[in-house]
Design a binder for this molecule. Structure first.
Ligand code: SF4
Length: 894
């Protein structure tokens, strides 16, 4: 890299060629005022406040758009520069309603700060004032055009970072305004309320409708932490004033997301103070849950667990750990069940989402996790998105994909539903639900027929290729087209785009895993990546987008019936001995029961008690009526949660847990990045952190959990878990580390399987296509497909009043042809019934779904979609087939 020598304010400095004068100054801690500049956005030099004097130049150039040159002499703060900046500020305030004391953004305005710094008093230039109406008709953002200084940052962030282009300048001259097209209010535009515009606005023109209250900068403590919703793992700052979280602000150093957030992360934190928070333990007495003291509740649970263990054996108890909770808490929960209770009956919600990923990628590659990293996405050349809806379910991942598209990347989408990314794809494969194996085999058949495979990679890095090839030959494009409904020319085009790219990334999520063939689907994608040599290098790989905030970490920490932390096998005697030595007790050598089997075991009385932490299986598990029956059959049910969930309503004892804002620990995101969760406030009311509760329970049961410092827990977990061996809280800092981290000097692993696969050679699997377990028929003629929508995360976000007010009810999607045939109107309430149960829901008539399909989300307790879904599950991982079952839809008589 070439470096230039410059003199700035008399200081000799060196700066790489290509930097701007502003960047040079910031590299050397020389302050320059800016209003329109943001390091994440293109520079436009609109506000001119960053002007400097450069020897040999006649005018004062804006430093943000002036590149450094060898020998440049720069003055940043002489009297000429300061006087010019003061004039610029005076001109800006001339038509600004500078009444800071009533501004919504009081104390957080760069214009006011600079005006103060440069001695701008009063208004030497009497400019015109605007008196335009504010846009206040949505629950999230207040837009006051009168305060706008037209810096254009909001327009650029919406375009360049979010890829949405909702905002632009409209009108001309003094009437120029920033807003959505046709100056529509936000809620009538295509705005998705990510709030990025608010995060960059340097004045009070775009402000958040504060969740709790306002705070001046000096009154507010900012605590960097990790989002509690999806597995993207965004970081932000919780703003705390007087021991209360008053809002969220972007943290530009956030490793995954920078300043970008989605509507949930930015605006959903009012759920911390939802009045329905559990704040005291509850014990069921005479059939009713009544408040109790902690000692009474903990003693009762310890006594009942001991009694059931003594009477029926340790395997009569089971626990569900939680992908909402920290790694440290998950470690403690699985240790509690194994070392204190004596059973491997421990599982969690990964079982019902990405267990096929863990199982399938472990078979193919030797490691059941995402191979690559999110920061590679904006430079991707080809992206194959199958069974995933990133712009709604993992919005910041979707944002990065849009950035790649803006740079010319190609996008193939395979989805039965017209998701947003399908609209901006090069190729949309509208396959019939559940035909993924056939589709991928068909694409691989075409790749082989055209000689597009990577022979060198196959030869050197993989095994079992011949058997795999024979199987793929059974899937010529014509047959695959008949099975999947995808035209032959589209299959050929998909194969060509993916296989002939220099590098190509695969992304998938529950559309692949939540099938009775979930593990087969995952291994098929691994086959495709290996066939084309797209593993072990940047901008390639197989990238499962893990759903919940810490579902990766809960798996890593061994909240699985067959795995100790780090996927070390319960049935391996050497591994077991290591844990026995560390924990000081003999351990059960048998694999425990998986989550879906727990309910049947409860009904048959093989299971007597369950301890459910931070999960709500009555709502989230398929065939919900069966789940409810299982839980009702238990002798004793303990639920630990932050809200009174549908499962908690069935409990004998309810422990109030703490939210993510009230605890310290770590979450691991979908790219294996272990990140800090930092406590911002004390637990609400009488609640305790989940770790503290498990700790106290273990001690009462006679096993000394003599700690509860999350850092000590991580130390113990890291000592026993090779993937986490080099992780300590202090090493994670603000950027986290991506596992494997084999020692305390290691800087983490961005890309897996670079030289060899974790299992040595990549394993090709010959996989045959199988239909979904339950297809539409005469009695149940519609196929129910399920998924998420942007404004909610499972039912958890129903506890955010602001998110709930924006998106308060289910709107099941049905095709216009079907709606017309059945005589349904937009918004009509209909009855949906499957073989397992029924519910009523409103409908939305849209061509996003094909004829014959009904699409519903999982977000509403009032319309519990899982009373409909099929309890049939993947043969390897036991993940339910949420994505396909037969339903009938009927009118509701008056
Ligand atoms: Fe980021 Fe997901 Fe949180 Fe949205 S919900 S802010 S994408 S982690």
């Amino acid at each position: 890299m070439e470096w230039f020598s410059l003199k700035i304010d008399g200081r000799e400095v060196s700066v790489p060629k290509g930097k701007t004068v502003l960047e040079a100054c910031r590299m050397h801690d020389i302050p320059i005022p800016t209003l329109c500049h943001d390091p994440e956005l293109t520079s436009v030099g609109a506000c001119r406040l960053c002007i400097v004097q450069i020897e040999g130049m006649r005018n004062l150039p804006p430093s943000c758009v002036t590149q450094v040159a060898q020998g440049m002499v720069v003055e940043t703060r002489n009297s000429k520069v300061r006087a010019a900046r003061k004039t610029i500020l005076e001109l800006l305030v001339a038509n600004h309603p500078l009444n800071c004391m009533v501004c919504q953004n009081m104390g957080n305005c760069a214009l006011a700060e600079y005006a103060y710094e440069y001695g701008v008093t009063g208004k030497p230039y009497q400019g015109e004032h605007r008196n335009l109406p504010a846009d206040d008709q949505n629950p999230f953002i207040l837009r006051d055009p009168n305060k706008c200084i037209l810096c254009g940052k909001c327009i650029r962030v919406c375009d360049e970072i979010q890829g949405r282009s909702v905002l632009d300048f409209s009108f001309r001259g003094f009437d120029t305004q920033v807003g959505p097209a046709f100056n529509l209010p936000y809620h009538e535009s295509d705005c998705v309320f990510c709030g990025s515009c608010v995060s960059v606005c340097p004045v009070g023109a775009l402000t958040e409708k504060k969740m709790v209250g306002k705070g001046r900068p000096w009154e507010v403590k900012k605590v960097q932490t990790t989002c509690p919703f999806c597995g993207t793992g965004c970081n932000f700052d919780l703003n705390v004033k007087d021991e209360k979280v008053i809002g969220v602000t972007s943290n530009p150093n956030a490793p995954v997301n920078g300043k970008a957030l989605c509507v949930k992360g930015r605006f959903g934190m009012d759920m911390i103070y939802n009045p329905n928070r559990l704040t005291t333990p509850l014990i069921r007495k005479d059939g009713v849950l009544v408040p109790a003291e902690w000692d009474e509740a903990l003693d009762l649970v310890a006594m009942k667990f001991r009694e059931i263990k003594d009477t029926y054996g340790a395997n009569a108890l089971a626990a569900l750990s939680s992908a909402h909770c920290t790694n440290e808490e998950n470690y403690l929960m699985q240790k509690f069940m194994r070392a204190v209770i004596g059973t491997n009956n421990i599982d969690h919600c990964a079982r019902v989402c990405h267990a096929p990923t863990v199982a399938g990628l472990a078979v193919s590659f030797g490691s059941g996790a995402s191979t690559n990293s999110f920061d590679e996405i904006p430079d991707a050349k080809v992206m194959f998105v199958i069974g995933a809806n990133p712009t709604e379910a993992h919005p910041i991942v979707g944002t990065k994909m849009k950035q790649a598209l803006a740079k010319g990347a190609k996008l193939i989408v395979a989805d039965p539903r017209q998701i947003e990314l399908a609209e901006c794809s090069d190729l949309w494969l509208r396959l019939r639900p559940g035909t993924d194996v056939a589709l991928i085999n068909g694409i691989m058949n075409i790749i082989l027929a055209n000689g597009w495979e990577d022979c060198k990679f196959i030869e050197e890095r993989t095994e079992e290729f011949e058997h795999f090839r024979e199987n793929v030959q059974q899937y010529p494009p014509e047959i695959v087209s008949q099975i999947t409904g995808v035209p032959v020319n589209q299959l050929v085009e998909a194969a060509r785009i993916y296989a002939t790219a220099e590098r190509a990334m695969i992304f998938y999520t529950l559309g692949i895993t939540e099938h009775t063939t979930g593990t087969d689907n995952v291994m098929s994608l691994a086959n495709l990546a290996m066939l084309t040599g797209n593993v072990g290098k940047e901008n390639s790989g197989v990238n499962p987008l893990r759903g919940q905030n810490n579902v990766q970490g809960s798996c890593d920490m061994g909240a699985l019936p067959g795995d100790y932390p780090g996927y070390q096998k319960v049935v391996n005697p050497e591994v077991r001995m290591k844990f026995e030595e560390a924990w000081g007790v003999p351990l059960n050598p048998n694999i425990g029961i998986m989550l879906p089997d727990m309910f049947a075991a409860a009904i048959s009385k093989n299971l007597r008690a369950m301890y459910v932490m931070g999960e709500d299986p009555v709502i989230t598990d398929a065939d919900a009526n069966h789940v409810r029956k299982g839980l009702e059959s238990l002798d004793f049910l303990v639920v630990q949660d932050i809200f009174m969930s549908e499962t908690a309503k069935l409990a004998d004892v309810v422990f109030p847990g703490a939210s993510f804002a009230e605890k310290t620990g770590t979450f691991t995101n979908a790219e294996r990045r272990v990140q800090m969760v930092n406590q911002a406030i004390k637990p609400i009311g009488n609640a305790k952190t989940d770790g503290e509760i498990i700790d106290e329970l273990a001690n009462r049961m006679g096993y000394p959990f003599s700690y509860f410092s999350p850092e000590q827990v991580m130390q113990e977990a890291a000592n026993l878990t090779p993937l986490y061996a080099g992780i300590t809280h202090s090493r994670l800092g603000t950027q986290g580390l991506q596992w494997p981290v084999p020692n305390t000097e290691h800087l983490g692993s961005k890309v897996l399987h670079q030289e060899t696969f974790s299992r040595g050679k990549g394993l090709f699997k010959a996989i045959a296509f199988q239909e979904a377990n339950e297809l539409p028929d005469e009695e149940y003629p519609f196929l129910l497909n399920t998924g998420r929508k942007l404004s909610h995360y499972n039912v958890f976000t129903q506890n955010s009043e602001v998110l709930e007010s924006y998106s308060p009810e289910e709107l099941a999607e049905i095709n216009p042809l079907d709606a017309k045939r059945l005589g349904f109107q937009e918004g009509e309430r209909v009855k949906v019934t499957s073989r397992r149960g029924g519910l009523e829901t409103k409908i939305r008539i849209t061509e996003r779904v094909p004829s014959g399909m009904l699409f519903m989300t999982f977000h509403y307790t009032e319309t519990p979609t899982n009373v409909l879904t099929n309890g049939a599950s993947d043969k390897v991982s036991k993940t339910y087939e949420y994505k396909a079952c037969g339903v009938q839809i009927t009118k509701i008589a008056n």
